[in-house]
Write a new protein. Structure first.
Length: 246
Protein backbone atom coordinates (compact mmCIF):
# COMPACT_ATOMS: atom_id res chain seq x y z
CA UNK A 1 0.00 0.00 0.00
CA UNK A 2 2.85 2.42 0.94
CA UNK A 3 4.66 1.58 -2.28
CA UNK A 4 1.53 2.24 -4.36
CA UNK A 5 1.01 5.58 -2.58
CA UNK A 6 4.63 6.61 -3.15
CA UNK A 7 4.37 5.73 -6.84
CA UNK A 8 1.19 7.77 -7.14
CA UNK A 9 2.61 10.79 -5.29
CA UNK A 10 5.86 10.60 -7.21
CA UNK A 11 4.09 10.51 -10.55
CA UNK A 12 1.80 13.39 -9.55
CA UNK A 13 4.69 15.62 -8.44
CA UNK A 14 6.63 14.76 -11.57
CA UNK A 15 3.81 15.95 -13.80
CA UNK A 16 3.37 19.11 -11.71
CA UNK A 17 7.01 20.17 -11.76
CA UNK A 18 8.25 18.60 -15.02
CA UNK A 19 5.71 19.29 -17.78
CA UNK A 20 7.71 17.12 -20.16
CA UNK A 21 6.49 14.03 -18.32
CA UNK A 22 3.21 13.06 -19.95
CA UNK A 23 0.15 11.13 -18.79
CA UNK A 24 1.38 8.32 -21.03
CA UNK A 25 4.56 8.11 -18.97
CA UNK A 26 2.50 7.90 -15.80
CA UNK A 27 0.38 5.13 -17.31
CA UNK A 28 3.54 3.24 -18.28
CA UNK A 29 4.84 3.51 -14.71
CA UNK A 30 1.53 2.18 -13.36
CA UNK A 31 1.58 -0.60 -15.94
CA UNK A 32 5.00 -1.73 -14.76
CA UNK A 33 3.79 -1.66 -11.17
CA UNK A 34 0.70 -3.71 -12.06
CA UNK A 35 2.80 -6.29 -13.85
CA UNK A 36 4.95 -6.64 -10.74
CA UNK A 37 1.83 -7.03 -8.64
CA UNK A 38 0.46 -9.70 -10.98
CA UNK A 39 3.58 -11.81 -10.45
CA UNK A 40 3.47 -11.22 -6.70
CA UNK A 41 -0.17 -12.32 -6.43
CA UNK A 42 0.09 -15.13 -9.00
CA UNK A 43 -3.03 -13.92 -10.81
CA UNK A 44 -3.89 -13.15 -14.40
CA UNK A 45 -1.96 -10.18 -15.75
CA UNK A 46 -3.45 -7.25 -13.83
CA UNK A 47 -2.42 -4.78 -16.49
CA UNK A 48 -4.42 -6.73 -19.07
CA UNK A 49 -7.39 -6.80 -16.69
CA UNK A 50 -7.15 -3.07 -16.09
CA UNK A 51 -6.82 -2.42 -19.81
CA UNK A 52 -9.80 -4.65 -20.54
CA UNK A 53 -11.86 -2.99 -17.83
CA UNK A 54 -11.14 0.48 -19.20
CA UNK A 55 -11.99 -0.86 -22.64
CA UNK A 56 -15.46 -1.96 -21.57
CA UNK A 57 -14.83 -5.70 -21.23
CA UNK A 58 -17.45 -6.75 -18.65
CA UNK A 59 -15.55 -9.82 -17.50
CA UNK A 60 -12.40 -7.74 -16.99
CA UNK A 61 -14.38 -5.09 -15.08
CA UNK A 62 -15.61 -7.72 -12.64
CA UNK A 63 -12.25 -9.50 -12.30
CA UNK A 64 -10.29 -6.30 -11.83
CA UNK A 65 -12.83 -5.16 -9.24
CA UNK A 66 -12.59 -8.48 -7.41
CA UNK A 67 -8.80 -8.17 -7.32
CA UNK A 68 -8.99 -4.67 -5.83
CA UNK A 69 -11.39 -5.94 -3.15
CA UNK A 70 -9.67 -9.20 -2.27
CA UNK A 71 -6.18 -7.68 -2.23
CA UNK A 72 -7.38 -4.91 0.09
CA UNK A 73 -5.90 -2.30 -2.21
CA UNK A 74 -9.06 -0.29 -2.92
CA UNK A 75 -12.33 -2.03 -2.06
CA UNK A 76 -14.38 1.05 -2.88
CA UNK A 77 -13.01 1.32 -6.41
CA UNK A 78 -13.31 -2.44 -6.77
CA UNK A 79 -17.01 -2.24 -5.94
CA UNK A 80 -17.48 0.48 -8.56
CA UNK A 81 -15.93 -1.72 -11.25
CA UNK A 82 -18.01 -4.75 -10.25
CA UNK A 83 -21.21 -2.71 -10.14
CA UNK A 84 -20.47 -1.30 -13.58
CA UNK A 85 -20.32 -4.83 -15.00
CA UNK A 86 -23.47 -5.77 -13.07
CA UNK A 87 -25.35 -2.83 -14.53
CA UNK A 88 -24.57 -4.28 -17.96
CA UNK A 89 -26.05 -7.65 -16.93
CA UNK A 90 -22.93 -9.69 -16.22
CA UNK A 91 -24.43 -12.43 -14.04
CA UNK A 92 -21.47 -13.07 -11.73
CA UNK A 93 -21.09 -9.32 -11.16
CA UNK A 94 -24.77 -9.00 -10.26
CA UNK A 95 -24.35 -11.74 -7.68
CA UNK A 96 -21.19 -10.09 -6.38
CA UNK A 97 -22.96 -6.76 -5.89
CA UNK A 98 -25.68 -8.62 -4.00
CA UNK A 99 -23.02 -10.12 -1.75
CA UNK A 100 -21.60 -6.66 -1.00
CA UNK A 101 -25.01 -5.56 0.27
CA UNK A 102 -25.65 -8.82 2.13
CA UNK A 103 -22.30 -8.63 3.91
CA UNK A 104 -22.29 -4.87 4.43
CA UNK A 105 -18.78 -4.31 3.11
CA UNK A 106 -17.97 -1.05 1.29
CA UNK A 107 -21.71 -0.31 1.30
CA UNK A 108 -24.13 -0.44 4.27
CA UNK A 109 -25.78 -3.83 4.81
CA UNK A 110 -29.07 -3.84 2.94
CA UNK A 111 -30.82 -7.16 2.33
CA UNK A 112 -33.46 -5.56 0.10
CA UNK A 113 -30.75 -4.35 -2.30
CA UNK A 114 -29.01 -7.71 -1.99
CA UNK A 115 -32.23 -9.40 -3.15
CA UNK A 116 -32.55 -6.89 -5.99
CA UNK A 117 -29.14 -7.89 -7.35
CA UNK A 118 -29.32 -11.60 -6.56
CA UNK A 119 -32.63 -11.96 -8.41
CA UNK A 120 -31.49 -11.30 -12.03
CA UNK A 121 -28.44 -13.50 -11.49
CA UNK A 122 -30.64 -16.25 -10.05
CA UNK A 123 -33.08 -16.00 -12.95
CA UNK A 124 -30.10 -16.27 -15.33
CA UNK A 125 -29.16 -19.56 -13.66
CA UNK A 126 -26.32 -18.65 -11.27
CA UNK A 127 -26.38 -21.39 -8.62
CA UNK A 128 -24.93 -19.27 -5.82
CA UNK A 129 -27.36 -16.42 -6.50
CA UNK A 130 -30.24 -18.91 -6.43
CA UNK A 131 -29.04 -20.23 -3.07
CA UNK A 132 -28.55 -16.75 -1.62
CA UNK A 133 -31.99 -15.61 -2.80
CA UNK A 134 -33.46 -18.74 -1.21
CA UNK A 135 -31.77 -17.85 2.09
CA UNK A 136 -33.28 -14.36 1.99
CA UNK A 137 -36.77 -15.79 1.49
CA UNK A 138 -36.20 -18.41 4.17
CA UNK A 139 -35.15 -15.83 6.77
CA UNK A 140 -37.34 -12.97 5.59
CA UNK A 141 -34.29 -10.75 5.08
CA UNK A 142 -35.10 -7.90 2.70
CA UNK A 143 -38.07 -9.83 1.27
CA UNK A 144 -41.26 -11.26 2.80
CA UNK A 145 -40.55 -14.52 4.63
CA UNK A 146 -41.65 -17.31 2.30
CA UNK A 147 -40.26 -20.84 2.88
CA UNK A 148 -42.12 -22.16 -0.18
CA UNK A 149 -40.38 -19.65 -2.44
CA UNK A 150 -37.10 -20.39 -0.68
CA UNK A 151 -37.62 -24.07 -1.52
CA UNK A 152 -38.13 -23.18 -5.19
CA UNK A 153 -34.78 -21.40 -5.38
CA UNK A 154 -32.97 -24.03 -3.32
CA UNK A 155 -34.17 -26.71 -5.78
CA UNK A 156 -32.84 -24.78 -8.77
CA UNK A 157 -29.48 -24.33 -7.07
CA UNK A 158 -29.27 -27.92 -5.82
CA UNK A 159 -29.79 -29.23 -9.35
CA UNK A 160 -26.39 -27.69 -10.14
CA UNK A 161 -24.70 -29.98 -7.59
CA UNK A 162 -24.26 -27.47 -4.77
CA UNK A 163 -24.56 -29.29 -1.40
CA UNK A 164 -25.58 -26.21 0.64
CA UNK A 165 -29.04 -25.78 -0.95
CA UNK A 166 -29.59 -29.55 -0.87
CA UNK A 167 -29.02 -29.42 2.88
CA UNK A 168 -31.48 -26.54 3.21
CA UNK A 169 -34.11 -28.51 1.28
CA UNK A 170 -33.59 -31.38 3.70
CA UNK A 171 -34.18 -29.01 6.61
CA UNK A 172 -37.41 -27.71 5.07
CA UNK A 173 -38.75 -31.26 4.64
CA UNK A 174 -37.55 -32.20 8.12
CA UNK A 175 -39.28 -29.21 9.75
CA UNK A 176 -42.29 -29.04 7.42
CA UNK A 177 -41.56 -25.46 6.38
CA UNK A 178 -42.98 -24.40 3.03
CA UNK A 179 -43.84 -28.03 2.36
CA UNK A 180 -45.53 -30.91 4.17
CA UNK A 181 -43.15 -32.60 6.61
CA UNK A 182 -41.60 -35.67 5.03
CA UNK A 183 -38.66 -37.27 6.92
CA UNK A 184 -37.91 -39.67 4.05
CA UNK A 185 -37.48 -36.78 1.59
CA UNK A 186 -35.44 -34.93 4.18
CA UNK A 187 -33.08 -37.91 4.32
CA UNK A 188 -32.84 -37.98 0.52
CA UNK A 189 -31.64 -34.38 0.44
CA UNK A 190 -29.39 -34.70 3.47
CA UNK A 191 -27.74 -37.68 1.79
CA UNK A 192 -27.35 -35.72 -1.44
CA UNK A 193 -25.38 -33.06 0.44
CA UNK A 194 -23.56 -35.49 2.74
CA UNK A 195 -21.98 -37.48 -0.10
CA UNK A 196 -20.39 -34.19 -1.19
CA UNK A 197 -18.70 -33.94 2.22
CA UNK A 198 -20.98 -31.18 3.54
CA UNK A 199 -20.56 -31.48 7.31
CA UNK A 200 -23.96 -30.08 8.46
CA UNK A 201 -25.73 -32.63 6.23
CA UNK A 202 -23.51 -35.43 7.53
CA UNK A 203 -24.47 -34.50 11.08
CA UNK A 204 -28.16 -34.33 10.14
CA UNK A 205 -27.93 -37.77 8.54
CA UNK A 206 -26.14 -39.15 11.61
CA UNK A 207 -28.86 -37.73 13.88
CA UNK A 208 -31.57 -39.30 11.72
CA UNK A 209 -29.95 -42.74 11.98
CA UNK A 210 -29.42 -42.28 15.72
CA UNK A 211 -33.13 -41.59 16.29
CA UNK A 212 -34.66 -43.60 13.46
CA UNK A 213 -36.28 -40.54 11.92
CA UNK A 214 -36.99 -41.16 8.23
CA UNK A 215 -34.67 -44.19 8.22
CA UNK A 216 -34.42 -47.37 10.30
CA UNK A 217 -32.55 -46.71 13.53
CA UNK A 218 -28.92 -47.75 13.02
CA UNK A 219 -26.27 -46.82 15.59
CA UNK A 220 -23.43 -48.05 13.38
CA UNK A 221 -24.44 -45.76 10.50
CA UNK A 222 -25.04 -42.94 12.95
CA UNK A 223 -21.49 -43.32 14.24
CA UNK A 224 -20.13 -43.51 10.72
CA UNK A 225 -21.73 -40.20 9.70
CA UNK A 226 -20.90 -38.45 12.97
CA UNK A 227 -17.27 -39.47 12.57
CA UNK A 228 -17.21 -38.36 8.93
CA UNK A 229 -18.70 -34.98 9.84
CA UNK A 230 -16.11 -34.44 12.57
CA UNK A 231 -13.27 -35.36 10.23
CA UNK A 232 -14.42 -33.12 7.41
CA UNK A 233 -14.94 -29.95 9.45
CA UNK A 234 -15.51 -27.93 6.29
CA UNK A 235 -19.21 -27.28 6.47
CA UNK A 236 -20.88 -24.07 7.57
CA UNK A 237 -23.52 -23.95 10.25
CA UNK A 238 -27.19 -23.71 9.45
CA UNK A 239 -27.27 -20.03 10.35
CA UNK A 240 -23.87 -19.02 8.95
CA UNK A 241 -23.97 -17.98 5.30
CA UNK A 242 -20.92 -17.05 3.22
CA UNK A 243 -21.86 -14.32 0.78
CA UNK A 244 -18.99 -14.95 -1.62
CA UNK A 245 -17.43 -12.39 -3.94
CA UNK A 246 -15.66 -14.00 -6.86
Amino acid sequence: MKRSLLLFLGATLAVAFFPGITQAAMDKKEAIHLKEESLRHNRLDLYDLRTGAHGGDLWAENEYGVFLVQSGKDSGRGFVWIRKAAQHNLTVAQRNVGSFYARGIVVPKNYALAAKWFRPAAVAGDAKAQYYLGILYLRGWGVPKDPARALKWFRKSALQNDPAPAYQIGLLYDKGQGVERNPAKAIKWFREAAIKNYAPAEKALATAYAHGDGVPKDSALAQKWFKKANLVQNGVGEFLIHWEID
